[in-house]
Design a protein around this ligand. Structure first.
Ligand SMILES: Nc1ncnc2c1ncn2[C@@H]1O[C@H](COP(=O)(O)OP(=O)(O)O)[C@@H](O)[C@H]1O
Ligand SMILES: [Mg+2]
Length: 384
C-alpha cells in the first residue's frame, strides 16, 4: 500500500518559504508528478515525504499513519536519486541486493528478491558488471532495481531522467510507464519537464513558488488550466495569452469593428472573437485571452483574427506560423503546407469553445455563469 497525504505542510529556510501550506492526497497506485519551474519547491516536497527534512508545520501520512517524525529508513519508501548513487566497487547484483543485505535478510530471500526485480527490469545480462561498465540508462535501471528490491510502498524520484540524452530519456520514459502499469506501486515523481509530466502522470501537481497551483489529470490541466501560470506552463509552444476586453457588441475599443448585438466578444486590436454567449446585461471585463496554437485555424476569408505573418518554422510534421496581431506575437500550429509567407496578411478562425478567459488582475480562470445574470448589473457574470 502507498497512499501519501500531506496536510497543511510548510517548510521554510530562513526567510525562504520553500513550501507553503501544501495539501496533497496521493492515492495508492498513482503516478503523481510534481511539476514546476526550477526553485518552486519540488525537491523540498519530495525530501519532506522521504523524511530527509522535517516540515515546519503540518503532517505527512502514509496509509493513514502519521510519519511526520518517522526516520527515513522506517518509512518503507524508496528514493531514486538523479545521480543514481550506485556503489562503484560492487557488481550490479550486489548493488541491487544491498538494501536487503544491510537489513540482514537471509541469502535465499535476497537471491529470490534480486532475481525477481532483475527479471522485471531485464537486467540479467548485466549482473556481473560494475557501474562504470554500464550506460546511463542501464545505471538508471540498476538504481531502480535497487529501490524495487525492498518492495516499497512508494517510489520517490527526483528528476531521474535528467542525466540521459534525449533519445534515451524518451525510451526510459516509456519503460517507467510500463513498469508502473505492471507493478502498480505509487510513484511520486519530480520533474521540470512538461513532456515527462504529460506522458507519465496519472495526475500532475503543478507547483509555483512553494504552492500547488493545480492538481489534476494531464488532460484537465491542459484543457482547463486554473490560471495563466498553468496555461502558460503546459504546452509546447505554450498557449497564446494576450490582453483583451470582453464586452457585448456595441461597446467598442477604438480601432475595432463589431457585428451582432447581445453576444459577448473578446476584442483587442486585430482580434474580434465571438464567444457564443448571449446576454442582455451590460458587462465589460478586462481579461487575458488564452488560445492554444493548435486551435488557431488559418482561413482564406476575413475571420476573428487579422494578422501579418512574421516567421514560419517547418517542423516536418507541421508548421509553426508566428503572426503579429496589434502589439502581440501569437503562434499557430498548422498542418503542412500552410502556405503562410512572412510579410503576408493572414486570417485566423477560433471556435468559442477554444477560448480561455482569465482575470487580468489575479490570472485566475474565468467561468461564464449565466445563472448569476440578473437585473442588477453589479452581479459578476464571470467568476474566477
Ligand atoms: N537546504 C536549503 N537551504 C536553503 N534554501 C533551500 C534549501 N533547499 C532548498 N532551498 C530553497 O527552497 C526553494 C525550493 O527549492 P527546491 O525544492 O530545490 O526547488 P526545485 O526542486 O523545484 O528546483 C528554493 O528557493 C531553494 O533555493
Ligand atoms: Mg529539484
Amino acid at each position: 500500500m502507498g497512499r501519501i497525504q500531506l496536510e497543511s505542510v510548510s517548510k521554510n529556510y530562513g526567510n525562504t518559504h520553500a513550501i507553503e501550506d501544501v495539501d496533497l492526497d496521493i492515492a495508492d497506485g498513482e503516478f503523481l508528478v510534481l511539476l514546476g519551474p526550477s526553485g518552486c519547491g519540488k525537491s523540498t516536497l519530495l525530501r519532506l515525504v522521504a523524511g530527509l527534512i522535517q516540515p515546519c508545520e503540518g503532517r505527512i501520512l502514509l496509509d493513514g499513519n502519521d510519519i511526520t517524525t518517522t526516520p527515513p529508513r522506517d518509512r518503507n519508501l524508496a528514493m531514486v536519486f538523479q545521480s543514481y548513487a550506485l556503489y562503484p566497487h560492487l557488481s550490479v547484483a550486489k548493488n541491487i541486493g544491498f538494501p536487503l543485505r544491510s537489513r540482514k535478510f537471509s541469502r535465499t530471500v535476497i537471491a529470490d528478491s534480486v532475481s525477481a526485480v532483475v527479471a522485471t527490469l531485464d537486467l540479467s545480462e548485466l549482473l556481473g558488471r560494475r557501474p562504470a561498465e554500464l550506460s546511463g540508462g542501464q545505471r538508471q535501471r540498476v538504481a531502480l532495481a535497487r529501490a524495487m528490491v525492498r518492495d516499497p510502498g512508494a517510489f520517490l524520484m527526483d528528476e531521474p531522467l535528467s542525466n540521459l540524452d534525449a533519445k534515451l530519456r524518451s525510451a526510459t520514459r516509456t519503460e517507467l510507464i510500463e513498469l508502473h502499469q505492471r507493478i502498480g506501486t505509487t510513484f511520486l515523481y519530480v520533474t521540470h519537464d512538461q513532456v515527462e509530466a504529460m506522458t507519465m502522470a496519472t495526475r500532475i501537481a503543478l507547483m509555483d513558488n512553494g504552492c500547488i497551483e493545480q492538481v489534476g489529470t494531464p488532460a484537465e490541466l491542459y484543457d482547463t488550466p486554473r490560471s495563466t501560470f498553468v496555461a502558460g506552463f503546459l504546452g509546447a509552444p505554450p498557449m497564446n495569452l494576450f490582453d483583451a476586453t470582453v464586452a457585448e457588441a456595441g461597446v467598442e475599443p477604438a480601432g475595432t469593428t463589431r457585428s451582432s448585438g447581445g453576444e459577448l466578444h473578446a476584442v483587442a486590436p486585430g482580434v474580434n472573437i465571438p464567444l457564443g454567449i448571449e446576454t442582455d446585461s451590460r458587462t465589460e471585463h478586462s481579461v487575458v485571452v488564452g488560445i492554444r496554437p493548435e486551435k488557431m485555424q488559418i482561413v482564406d476569408t476575413h475571420a476573428h483574427v487579422d494578422a501579418v505573418v512574421t516567421t514560419v518554422e517547418n517542423l516536418g510534421s507541421e508548421e509553426l506560423v508566428h503572426i503579429r496581431v496589434g502589439s502581440n506575437t501569437l503562434c499557430i500550429r498548422a498542418p503542412r503546407p500552410s502556405d503562410a509567407r512572412p510579410g503576408a496578411p493572414i486570417s485566423v478562425r477560433v471556435d468559442p469553445a477554444d477560448v480561455h478567459l482569465f482575470d487580468r488582475d489575479s490570472g485566475r480562470r474565468l467561468t461564464w455563469r449565466p445563472e448569476k445574470v440578473s437585473a442588477n448589473s453589479d452581479v459578476p457574470l464571470f467568476v474566477a
